[in-house]
Design a protein around this ligand. Sequence first.
Ligand code: 4FX
Length: 258
Amino acid sequence: DTVKGDAALKLGVVSLFPEMFDALTQHGVSGRAVREGIIDIGFWNPRDYATDRHRTVDDRPYGGGPGMLMKVDTLRAAIRDARQSLMSEDGVPPKVIYLSPQGRVLDHTGVRELADHGRLVVVAGRYEGIDERVIDADIDEQWSIGDYVLSGGELPAMVLMDAVARMVPGVLGHAQSAEEDSFADGLLDCPHYTRPESIDGHGVPPVLLSGNHQEIRKWRLKQSLGRTWCYRPDLLEDRMLTKEEQTLLDDFIREYVA
Ligand SMILES: COc1ccccc1CNc1ccc(C(N)=O)cn1
């Protein structure tokens, strides 16, 4: 499976279950980006490199114990081909990442770093994982989507790929919405409202019906700041606040504790 030349983001996936990635390639914003060629995704399945009659892709762990590991030769062959296919014309290799609970926990900063690289091979582990020597030899970075264990790396890979895809210009349509993404400016999102105007007697904040765009912008910023202060004060620790933001937050807190 080759990756087209001119896509803004080139992704290679090494997985035993490539059909799982239909969730990303066949639906929604990411599906359109793939269809339009903004993002190109190629798949390499270790099972296609198996030469034995049973097409074996797992192997037993030295030292015994429960569970299996991904078979080394079929895995390495798939990673090698994906890596070569995503090598740039002037020989710059892609970044090869492996999703595992041992990895760096993904956050907005990490998503931006990965998106800036532009060419990624994502390796999805199955069973109990992969041989440590393959990690040392073939994996550039290990990443985790959070402190929990899943049955495979495919779902974490799709989470990472979707977050990275949203960073690519043109994927989200109107460009500024990537910046408006709440974590883009380090704050939680403001509340959102749509029709009907009243739900079980609960109305919409009047400012949003006022048509006063400056007041609406300030209200939304105040709500983002206030909600961040309430639910994720840690995010405010390493985020500088402008004078306007500080004033809005002070107002929110004054009203909140009143
Ligand atoms: C027992 O599974 C493994 C054991 C070792 C490596 C990979 C796997 C595949 N599972 C994963 C993968 C990633 C994450 C994460 N938190 O990003 C969670 N689970």
